[in-house]
Ligand binder design. Structure first.
Ligand code: CA
Length: 634
């Protein structure tokens, strides 16, 4: 365990500051600068004309203010100046960037004084949060900014950049839509961006390195390597243009946020301004490592909680962000998550909040502070449902099988997923109170892609069969209650060539290979059809547990097949009864339907959507191997 310094007395209650003005408060006439550094003996503010200058252009003494804060008022217009703090602890002076910085020099070497009014795209004042009645109406598409467009087959000009999300009319080498048009064609409601706040490991000026971005550096500034140039306002302007473009096209934006650790520890702005305060420690000096990345941010401390909430509010208000995914939420304390929920839903009641209810190692927290599955019950926070994920396809990286690729013992866990993991019955129940508390998915950036996992677990099966398994897996996700989530590119069988942890593996492994849209066009259409079915039919999006208990009934089937009916115009659906049937077996499987009625099939192993593929009258039906079927009675 690494050791860091903890300054004596830093936890004193009089050092808890409640003001909303930490960092830069810019106006044309004056700029007020505030820093929380409660144990410092002296603080100076250094102003630089340019980030490459060695010597400051001006130096100001800061004055002790309330609750451990330091303040200085600069007269005149300081827009575009760079700045650092020199924090004097008596035995040493730490030069640091402002942890609350809203603008940065390339590679975060200095803070930048920003006039945010000058960073807004046209018509920004009319830009709205993505409308969303309920979290279960969302269809989430997870994507890394760079992966989205670096392929030469993307047809996109601003490859690897925020601006890729602003380009319309782009096509792959076969003329099929890519980028933004592809997202619209697929029908997703939200993109979930892998980290886009400033992270440490990619040189923003040459971008030779690749990283997912789970290496936080500065939390309140967009990452510079996704801008055409990392200088000045460019990254802020381009980031806002991306948001505006997605909003204009009806797509919400979710940020993946990593408030559980920082990349640097001794060299972090947190440690240089408030030594020891921001990290969890054992014996006041040993860093704990629940993140697996060398430290844990002490979210439970008042000024850390405040920092996180200030940061989230800033992204929501300044950048119009529609939701957040919390990396390793299991490292955050319960009270912080509940406070986040209250504060952010006061601003936008439909904002999406979800995360991983786990950590790399157990967090260094008291038992009552820890987040476990179930702690989201009746809160508007959703958890990734790993039980359902693994039940569908097996373990994330290994050879084990799940329901769609040959292990039918997970039968009951599939049922738990179908009902949104609510308390449905004695045998079938999960961790949620409401379906909006579960993120249903079969793969994400971590671990093997769904296609790679299927290939690994049933490597000898013909491709045709593996594709059937893939479609069945997503049919389960999209017909289950809860919030569906897909990893970007799955819709044309994304592969990372078997790499299960590609965080720094480079563009070749990670990029979306747009030519695959042509090769696997039928599968793309299948995913698109499942999304359309779900979006047009509220029976798949029931909001209350009572509604699910009343309207969703499992039906009789053979062997390991699972069938259920969404009855009586569930959730106002215009179809009376919708039957959903899954057959993961290699033989045909019979399902008993209620009575002899006119049934209309809209999903089978080949096609998915809302168009009637075939109609029939019978009181039972046989479903082909390795496929889902959806049929309805008018
Ligand atoms: Ca960076």
């Amino acid at each position: 365990m690494d050791i860091i310094e903890l300054q004596e007395g830093i936890y004193r209650p009089e050092f808890i500051y409640h003001g909303e003005d930490l960092g830069i408060n810019y106006s044309k006439e004056k700029t007020i600068v505030k820093l929380w550094a409660p144990t410092a003996e002296n603080v100076k503010l250094e102003i630089y004309n340019h980030y490459e200058k060695e010597e400051p252009f001006e130096v100001f003494d800061m004055f002790e203010d309330l609750n451990g804060t330091w303040k200085v008022k600069l007269k005149g217009d300081y827009e575009g100046k760079y700045y650092l703090f020199a924090v004097d602890f008596g035995d040493r002076i730490e030069k640091t960037v402002d942890p609350y910085a809203k603008g940065l020099a390339p590679n975060s070497e200095m803070g930048l004084i920003v006039n945010l009014n000058k960073t807004n795209p046209e018509n920004w004042e009319n830009d709205k949060y993505k409308a969303l009645d309920s979290a279960v109406d969302a269809v989430i598409y997870e994507i890394h900014v760079r992966d989205f467009s670096t392929s030469p087959y993307s047809g996109i000009k601003n490859r690897g950049d925020y601006l890729a999300f602003t380009e319309e009319g782009t096509v792959n080498n076969q003329g099929l839509s890519t980028g933004l048009d592809h997202l619209k064609e697929l029908g997703v409601t939200h993109v979930h961006l892998l980290p886009v706040f400033d992270y440490a490991t990619v040189d923003e000026e040459n971008r030779y390195e690749y990283n997912w971005g789970y290496d936080p550096h500065f939390y309140n500034v967009p990452e510079g390597s996704y801008a055409n140039k990392p200088e000045g306002y460019q990254r802020i302007k381009e980031f806002k243009k991306m948001i505006k473009s997605l909003h204009d096209n009806g797509i919400g934006v979710i940020m993946d946020v990593v408030y559980n650790h920082t990349y640097y520890t001794n060299e972090s702005a947190f440690q240089k301004t408030a030594p020891g305060y921001f990290y969890r420690l054992i014996n006041n000096c040993y860093l704990t490592n629940g993140s697996g990345c060398g430290n844990e941010i002490a979210t439970e401390r008042p000024m850390v909680r405040k920092f996180i909430i200030d940061s989230l509010k800033y992204w929501v208000k300044e950048y119009h962000i529609d939701g957040f995914r919390f990396d390793l939420m299991g490292l955050m304390d319960k009270e912080t998550m509940y406070t986040i929920e209250n504060v952010l839903h006061d601003i936008n009641p439909n904002l999406l909040l979800y995360g991983e209810p786990w950590a790399a190692e157990p967090p260094h927290l008291e038992e009552y502070q820890k987040i476990h599955k179930g702690d989201q019950r009746d809160h508007k926070i959703a958890f990734f449902n790993d039980d359902f994920r693994d039940a569908v396809k097996g373990d994330p990286d290994g050879f084990k099988k799940g329901y769609v690729n040959g292990k039918f013992e997970t039968y009951n866990d599939i049922k738990n997923g179908i009902i949104g993991s609510i308390d449905y019955s004695f045998e079938v129940n999960g961790f949620t109170y409401k379906p909006e508390e579960t993120i249903n998915y079969v793969s994400a950036h971590d671990n093997l892609t769904l296609w790679d996992k299927i290939n690994k677990s049933v490597s000898k099966a013909p491709e045709e069969e593996r594709i059937k398994m893939d479609r069945l897996a997503q049919a389960i996700v999209f017909t289950s209650q809860g919030i569906p989530f897909i990893q970007g590119g799955e819709e044309f069988l994304r592969t990372k060539y078997g790499n299960h942890n590609s965080y720094n593996a480079g563009d070749h492994i990670n990029q979306i290979k747009w030519e695959r849209k042509t090769h696997y066009y039928d599968t793309f259409l299948y995913y698109k059809g499942l999304i359309k079915l779900r979006k047009e039919h509220p029976a798949f999006r029931m909001k209350e547990p009572d509604m699910i208990r009343k309207n969703l009934h499992f039906i009789e089937s053979e062997d390991a097949a699972i069938g259920f009916v969404l009855k009586d115009h569930a959730n106002g659906d215009d179809w009376k009864d919708i039957y959903v049937l899954y057959n993961p077996q290699h033989h045909w499987s019979r399902f008993w339907l209620a009575e002899e009625k006119d049934f209309n099939i809209v999903v089978n192993g080949k096609y998915a959507g809302t168009e009637v593929l075939h109609s029939f009258q019978a009181d039972n039906i046989k479903v082909p191997p390795l496929s889902a079927m959806v049929l309805y009675i008018k």
